[in-house]
Design a protein around this ligand. Structure first.
Ligand code: NAD
Length: 273
């Protein structure tokens, strides 16, 4: 029998904050059986034409940063995408065409881009998670449980904080927490969400789910879900203090996904909750 071949992982958005972290995880040989297979970045990227290993101080890796996502889908066993919604839309189409395993971490997807990812999962194993951390995925389960246990006399408010460079709001994680709470209350986030408050807005709408957003500094990601009742508040909080957390989760997800059957998966499948 042949020795198990290592899993070739391609990074889409390789020169970005998350892409670099993911590359470091793989090149640092933190994972037995994982190998960097391709590095793709945007057409204006500072890293194009450069060896990703050299850029990150690991020495030559043989993987040059390019814009050729189609070739990355051909060459790799699994692709990890931390880019922009537009880029993710194009990458989802490549996953559909190639059937290659595809991990989506990009947030802020609109309806069209979400539909592209869902379509890809008809022809490829696709794992999408707005937050690849174990803690946040446990939080999602806890929020659903508490929202169900405490009736709608407990108002649900979600607060999230992120660094000044983040381009989408509310965060994908805040929305995921909102979806979990709404589903547990037998409604949808679209129906229940109040995402902005300003001026003479009147009393709080019963059953609504408020989401408020902070942007500033280098906050990696804080999320608090508050259940506010008469005479008490229950707060569930998660604080990310190391972006490597998401990168480790993404690589773990890729290694888990690469040989799974066609279909849609989330980080909760990887963690087993
Ligand atoms: P970033 O701006 O630092 O990196 C994005 C990278 O994508 C850039 O290098 C850019 O050049 C590249 N890019 C743009 N267009 C491209 C294209 N067509 N093809 C290939 N690459 C392209 O952003 P970031 O902080 O790394 O975050 C990226 C995304 O990941 C955001 O949506 C962010 O919210 C999300 N994110 C998700 C998690 C999670 O756990 N799921 C965690 C952190 C960030």
């Amino acid at each position: 029998m042949n020795a198990a071949r290592s899993v070739k992982i391609g990074i889409l958005g390789a020169a970005g904050r998350m892409g670099q972290m993911i590359a470091r995880e793989i090149l640092g040989r933190q994972y037995a059986g994982a190998e960097l297979g391709a590095a793709v970045d945007g057409k204006d990227s500072w890293a194009l034409g450069r060896d990703l290993g050299e850029v990150l101080g690991f020495g030559p890796s043989g993987v040059t940063v390019s814009t050729d996502a189609a070739k990355a889908f051909e060459d790799c066993d699994v692709l990890i995408d931390f880019t922009t919604p537009e880029a993710t839309m194009a990458h989802a189409a490549l996953a559909y065409e190639s059937g290659r395993a595809y991990v989506v971490g990009t947030t802020g997807l609109g309806q069209m881009e979400e539909a592209g990812v869902i379509a890809a999962a008809q022809r490829a194993p696709v794992l999408q998670s707005a937050n690849m951390s174990v803690g946040v995925n446990v939080l999602l389960a806890l929020v659903a449980q508490v929202a169900e246990k405490l009736d709608d006399k407990y108002d649900i408010e979600i607060f999230e904080a992120h660094h000044r460079q983040k381009i989408d709001a509310p965060s994908g994680t805040a929305l995921a927490l909102g979806h979990a709470a709404a589903a547990a209350r037998g409604t949808t986030l679209d129906a229940a969400m109040v995402a902005a408050r300003f001026g003479q807005i009147g009393a709080r709408i019963p059953g609504s789910i408020g989401i408020s957003v902070f942007r500033g500094g280098d906050v990696i990601g804080d999320h608090t879900v508050t259940f506010a009742g008469a005479g008490e508040r229950l707060e569930l909080t998660h604080k990310a203090s190391d972006r490597g957390l998401f990168a480790r989760g993404a690589v773990k997800a890729a290694l888990w996904l690469h040989d799974k059957p066609i279909g849609r998966y989330t980080m909760r499948d990887v963690i087993g909750i």
